[in-house]
Design a protein around this ligand. Structure first.
Ligand SMILES: [Zn+2]
Length: 307
C-alpha cells in the first residue's frame, strides 16, 4: 500500500513528510517503458508532487511540469487533494539517452529548460484561471530545482530527498514553518530545530532512502527528536481521461480537420499518455461529435455517446 506520512517536530517548528509509492508507480509504468534515467527523474518528480500536495490547503490539482530542450521534452505529474496521481514523460524524436544521464543533460541541454507549477482548483468560479508559476530550471536535480522554487516563490525553507528505481519511489520533505506571533517557540529555537533536523536528514543516502520503509527511516534518523506523527494518507494512481474529454479535444480541432483525418486513416485512434487507455473514433463517431454540438446549441440534451 502506498503511503504518505506527515509529522512535525517539537512545537511545530519544522514539518516533515515521508512518501513511498509502489502501486502508483507500477501503474505509471504499466503501459510505457522509459529509459532508466528518464524513469528515475519522473519518479522523483512524483514523490515531490505528493509531498508538496499534502501540505496545500487547496482543493484541486497540483501539476508539476518540466519542459526540456534536450532529449527529454516533457515531464508531467498531477496530484489532487486526495493524493490521486498520474504522470507521463515525452521524449524528443530519436532521443538517445544514456544510463546515468543527469537532469541538466536530459532537459536543460541548451539552458532553456523550464519548471512550472500549476494549481488548478477543482470547483472553478466563472472565469477563474488556474494559478501558474514558471521559472527557469535552477538546479542539477529534481530536489534542488524544487527547493529553489519554494524558497523564491513561497519564501519557505524546504529540503527534499528523492529517490526512484523501477519498483519504488521514495521521498522525504523537511520544511521550516514560519513562527507566528504569540507562538510558544522563538524564532531562534525554530531555526535551531531546522538546522538540526536538516543535518540529520543530510545523513540519508540515496540507496538508504530507496530501500528503507518510512517507519524505519523516521526512527533511524530522528530517534532523539520529539515528533508528533499524523495518520498516514494513501496516494493512488488515478487517470481522469474519458471518451468525452477526447471527443472535446477533437471538437476543438474543428470539423474540417477531423473529417480529413478520418477520410485519410479510416478512424482516429488516441491513446492516453497517462494511463494508456485506447480511444477510437470512426467516421460515425466523429460526425456525431459535431451533431451533438449542434444539439447542445439548440438547448437539447446531447445524444448518448457511442461506444
Ligand atoms: Zn488516461
Amino acid at each position: 500500500m502506498d503511503k504518505l506520512q506527515k509529522f512535525i517536530f517539537e512545537q511545530a517548528a519544522v514539518r516533515g513528510e515521508l512518501v513511498e509509492l509502489s502501486e502508483t508507480w507500477r501503474h505509471v509504468q504499466s503501459h510505457r517503458t522509459y529509459p532508466d534515467a528518464v524513469r528515475n527523474v519522473l519518479g522523483e518528480l512524483m514523490a515531490a508532487a505528493a509531498l508538496l500536495s499534502a501540505n496545500l490547503k487547496f482543493n484541486g490539482s497540483l501539476i508539476m511540469q518540466i519542459h526540456g530542450d534536450g532529449p527529454l521534452r516533457l515531464l508531467v505529474v498531477e496530484c489532487d487533494a486526495e493524493l490521486k496521481m498520474r504522470a507521463t514523460a515525452k521524449l524528443a524524436p530519436d532521443a538517445v539517452i544514456e544510463d546515468g544521464a543527469t537532469l541538466p543533460q536530459l532537459v536543460n541541454a541548451h539552458g532553456n529548460g523550464r519548471f512550472a507549477i500549476t494549481l488548478d482548483p477543482k470547483d472553478k468560479l466563472p472565469g477563474q484561471q488556474p494559478y501558474q508559476g514558471i521559472v527557469p530550471l535552477d538546479g542539477d536535480t529534481v530536489s534542488t530545482v524544487i527547493e529553489h522554487y519554494m524558497l523564491r516563490s513561497e519564501q519557505l525553507d524546504t529540503k527534499l530527498w528523492l529517490a526512484a528505481d523501477g519498483t519504488v519511489v521514495r521521498g522525504m520533505l523537511l520544511q521550516k514553518l514560519p513562527v507566528e506571533g504569540g507562538a510558544e517557540i522563538s524564532e531562534d529555537a525554530a531555526l535551531e530545530t531546522w538546522n538540526r533536523t536538516v543535518a540529520l536528514g543530510s545523513t540519508l543516502g540515496n540507496e538508504e532512502l530507496l530501500h528503507t520503509d518510512a517507519g524505519t527511516l523516521m526512527r533511524r534518523l530522528f530517534w532523539e527528536e520529539t515528533i508528533r506523527v499524523f495518520d498516514p494518507q494513501e496516494p493512488q494512481f488515478y487517470c481522469s481521461c474519458s471518451r468525452d474529454k477526447v471527443g472535446n479535444m477533437l471538437k476543438m480541432l474543428g470539423r474540417e480537420e477531423v473529417d480529413a483525418a478520418v477520410a485519410d486513416l479510416g478512424k482516429l485512434t488516441i491513446d492516453c499518455d497517462f494511463c494508456g487507455q485506447h480511444y477510437e473514433f470512426d467516421s460515425v463517431d466523429c460526425a456525431q461529435l459535431f451533431i451533438a454540438d449542434t444539439n447542445a446549441d439548440a438547448a437539447q440534451p446531447p445524444s448518448p455517446t457511442r461506444h
